[in-house]
Design a protein around this ligand. Structure first.
Ligand code: MG
Length: 366
């Protein structure tokens, strides 16, 4: 059951283009369904965060990541009185704007776009749902509800916020987003920390001994060893990761419940003006930061990952220059946003590529 402070589709600002409501689904469910049916969502299957898509079939993709985030966010939303459907919607859409090759791709595209307003994946996710998806006769984009769009725009510079109308307002006022958006932000962190540990271990880049230097990991590993002394490594990592997710989610829920109790918000409007309600306890926040910096050092900056990253950045740069030399090389059927400079269209086109498509196109050019 949603609470008084949850987002509520029946009293929302609603959609940019007014549409009749339906009796079968609430408006957030409708948004979720639009996301699932859009082409940017399907392409998440072939985009990755740490490992490039073709490195192995058992690693997470952006699609499986988004589904994991949605699972975690829904359970948290249910317990904290948020609107579960909105939490699901934001989760499934939160990574739509990612370039091929994850953060490496984003950095490279941002560099290419430096003179033309830069590139930022959050903003790109909003651009996709507001404009780039062309599926409906009445409007561009998916015409999502205000709360879905607000949740997708997790970060935004002040400069960009000023151009975004009411969706950018909270960054100017330094307000919080809805409780559902707050939940998804942290569910995203919980999901990627844990699946990067899992993928990192299974790729051979992280070892159990090395991982044991993290207090939270060690706490969970000790518990698994105590219960199953002869456990094999593959099941061990799974048992540890599920305990870690469990502990993180439990801490988040109990700390956030205390916060909600303390501030006792009576509406979404009040949630916006309060400090963040969805939070870890200070001890858990510390262990989470510890693991994140460990992952940065040991996984994201691992030589093998860095080699991939450098290669990815090189590919993005080559592709950008190739299209910039002659914008007509962008396929005609790529629906352009005609009000923008053509560099933005190039950026939209490249950002929409999957890892394998970008690699293939690059290989055809050299
Ligand atoms: Mg994510």
């Amino acid at each position: 059951m949603s609470s008084v402070y949850a987002s509520n589709p029946t009293i929302s600002i609603g959609r940019l283009f007014k549409e009749k409501s339906t009796s079968l689904r609430n408006e957030y469910q409708r948004d979720r369904d639009r996301i699932i049916h859009c082409s940017a969502f399907r392409r998440l299957e072939y985009k990755t965060q740490v490992f490039v898509n073709h490195e192995g079939d058992m690693f997470r993709t952006r699609l499986t990541h988004s589904i994991e985030v949605s699972q975690i966010a829904r359970s948290i939303a249910r317990t904290l009185g948020g609107h579960e459907d909105l939490a699901e919607t934001i989760s499934l859409a939160h990574d739509l704007g990612h370039t091929p090759f994850g953060h490496a791709g984003q950095e490279a595209l941002n560099k290419c776009m430096k003179k033309y307003g830069g590139f930022e994946h959050n903003l790109q996710s909003l651009r996709i749902v507001d404009n780039l998806e062309k599926r409906y006769a009445d409007f561009n984009g998916l015409n999502l509800m205000f709360e879905s769009r607000e949740g997708i725009l997790k970060h935004c510079s002040l400069k960009n916020a000023k151009k975004l109308g009411n969706i950018g307002e909270r960054f100017i006022k330094k307000n919080q987003p809805s409780i559902e958006a707050q939940i998804v932000n942290i569910a995203d962190e919980i999901a990627y920390i844990n699946h990067d540990i899992d993928d990192g271990f299974r790729s051979g880049l992280l070892t159990i001994e090395d991982l044991m230097t993290n207090s939270l990991f060690k706490l969970c590993a000790d518990d698994v060893y105590l219960t199953f002394p002869k456990i094999n490594d593959e099941i061990l990592i799974n048992e540890i990761v599920r305990r870690m997710i469990n502990l993180m989610v439990s801490d988040l829920i109990s700390t956030s419940k205390e916060n909600i109790h303390k501030f006792n918000p009576i509406s979404l409007e009040e949630v916006r003006t309060l400090p963040p309600l969805v939070k870890f306890s200070p001890e858990f926040f510390k262990s989470k930061q510890e693991i994140k910096s460990y992952l940065r050092k040991s996984l994201y900056e691992h030589q093998q990952v860095k080699d991939m990253t450098n290669n990815a950045q090189h590919i993005i740069k080559i592709l950008f220059d190739y299209f910039k030399d002659d914008p007509k090389r962008i396929p005609k059927d790529f629906k352009k946003d005609t009000t923008d400079e053509f560099e933005r269209t190039i950026s939209d086109y490249i950002a929409g590529m999957t890892d394998r498509y970008a690699i293939q196109l690059h290989n055809n050019l050299i």
